[in-house]
Write a protein that binds this ligand. Sequence first.
Ligand code: PAF
Length: 284
Amino acid sequence: MIKTVVTPAEVQQLVREWRRQGIKVALVPTMGNLHAGHLALVKHAQTLGERVIVSIFVNPTQFNRPDDLVNYPRTLDKDMEKLISVGCDAVFTPEASAMYPSGGLATRVTVPGISDILEGEKRPGHFTGVATIVCKLFNLVQPDVALFGQKDFQQLMVIRQMVADLNMPIEIIELPTVRETDGLAMSSRNNYLNAEQRAIAPRLQQTLQATLQRLYAGDYTSYQDLQQWTMDELDSKGFKAEYIEIRRASDLLAPNPEDKDLVLLASAWLGKARLIDNIPFKLP
Ligand code: PAF
């Protein structure tokens, strides 16, 4: 039987009891509208912890556009069915008033530097919202391990830095992006695509693959030109590319010639959906 806990006091009591029994706890933080990517995190969590708890909370402080917060899909009944089907132990579904008892003037957690570039530049305040809620969830659940998907590549780096900076005794595990059969990265925001846009959407990943093929073939003059080529390709297919960047995988800064571990990061609008994707890669 899955346990549902709603208040901070309930979740604290549940995990206190688990810890008293020496049970290892794994947390999968989500905003609900669960898809196969989330369920892959839960299944992997089951191999790492003796109890798995999923949090479902559409966190208002990480939305920089009010319409995105209002339209964000909320599908709790279906989410519960999916969590039951994979044998998840508990789900935490708090109210906003409980997570933010002081309202708008609440304490915030800001991870400097990494939060200000790329996604952070396009979505001001987003990563402070993410770091704040993940910190609160970590404080309440005190998990041994927490799992996140690589689709939100920069989010993972923000969370890792917060955990290191605040000396949190929590292991962060990342799992590869789960994709639809046509290559589109799974995301709740794919729900915003109409049928025509949904048919175009896999071209984001295909175009990123084509970019890497050009890069490996040496078929470019500079990263700048290659990034611009990718943006133009996407725009010609019906996207509005927001950024395409080749960055150092370790800190997302511009790579030096000797850097080998890189990542190609993309953000592109398709209709009302803002899609992000990335491909980590190694230079020979
Ligand atoms: O990746 C998400 O779904 C959210 O950003 C997270 C980590 C659950 C925080 O609200």
